[in-house]
Ligand binder design. Sequence first.
Ligand code: ATP
Length: 507
Amino acid sequence: MANQEDLFKKIIAHAKEYGFVYPSSDIYDGLSAVYDYGPNGSELKKNIRDYWWKAMVQMHENIVGIDAAIFMHPTIWKASGHVDAFADPLIDNKDSKKRYRADVLVEDHIAKLEAKIDKEIEKAQKRFGDAFDVQQFKDTNPRVLENNKKIEEIKHRLYPAMEKNDMAGIKQLIEDLEIVDPISGSKNWTEVRQFNLMFSTQLGSTADSASEIYLRPETAQGIFVNYLNVQKTSRMKIPFGIAQTGKAFRNEIVARQFIFRMREFEQMEMQFFVQPGTEMEWFKYWKEERMKWHLSTGIDKSSFRFHDHDKLAHYANAATDIEFAFPIGFKELEGIHSRTDFDLGAHEKFSGKKLRYFDNELNESYIPYVIETSIGLDRMFLAMMSAAYTEETLEDGSERVVMKLPPFLAPTKVAIFPLLKKDGLPEKAREILTMLQEDFMCFYEEKDTIGKRYRRHDAIGTPYCVTIDHQTLEDNTVTIRERDTMKQDRISIDEIRGIVSQRLRER
Ligand code: ATP
């Protein structure tokens, strides 16, 4: 655990040092849970966004994209349930003065009990070897059974309390479980209060309540309210999807986890409209599709898992999270939800406009059901950074940090170095830069030794470095060096494009 915490700190420091992510308003000591992306970060983020868009929109003939405004009619958030229910229960510890999400304190307690069960299983597995039957062990081991019973009892109290907004019930649960502040170890808690996560502001110059609007807390509603416009103008037939990427804002209670939980972040969402009754089929389809997408980045399967929800949101009839093994533990990276006709139904009611679809084949009209896939771009960025960050000790005993990003996502594809800053080498190197930069993100660098330049590009994940030397002037060959193997080859200038293109196609 200490190692993982250490790793998280290293990634944050690396992200700042190499121009991936800076604290927002850094010269004013930052702004809590808000971050800026630097030159390498904005490239990586753009590449992830483009890759998602390509997989969802370009590769599906029945999915189209939109780009809705952040400001929306305030009644939308009434209809969606956000005004009344988009709140988290918060609690303060009077000794440490730290604020927590009360439900998360309880969830963390459950996670500890689950970890105990996993430990028991692991121990038994070692003891019994091949003959070990996990299910039988889970069904019979008294310690496992006891912890499972405790977990069930806690869930049995937590979920209904959350559902009914029973703040006193959650407080009682925290007291009964004797949950302590992870920082101070104290049990000196305040009451639990509901806190709405939406930011509000005023539209126009009159400051009456009628002009109060919200910064959208999710991009999905922009898709719902445009569903008929899009369906008609794109002549889409059910099943079809609408995709969108864009900023969302939440006044998160606890935001201490770098870009994992931010107050301003970016989402990539797709709503897939289907015939009622077929939603479970499509839910399964999108679960599998989205997992395939994650695995196509080359990250090992063991870093992902599904977490099916026991407790469903008011609008859902099935939900799962794709969780990723972040350095802070397995946590939600993407949500896949079967949202029924909740949203379109609510908008029909609140707007007074019919949002039905006439199905020619069935010869009837209905409000479509919706499967949603919703991923945080910043969380995906953090997942890629966490998976890519590698410290290596080389044969000569020196150390290097390499960002083993999939080449197609790397901020820079080719770094171009003249060996020396004279003898016509920079001019030749710039010729190569001009030749390649229209197709690939390139970086030209002539300062420092070649070794140092290699290290800098390892640290940002550049898959290829190309060095121009005196021999280049004679025979048009260069040295190309690959990031992961550090292998160097002498090739002709004409071959660079082919080698790089080939590598960028790897999925
Ligand atoms: P969590 O339980 O972590 O608060 P959520 O279940 O509220 O997340 P959703 O409303 O399903 O999240 O949002 C979809 C996705 O948006 C999440 O899977 C996550 O990747 C991303 N996301 C949500 N909140 C944040 C945030 N504050 N900062 C960064 N990304 C976020």
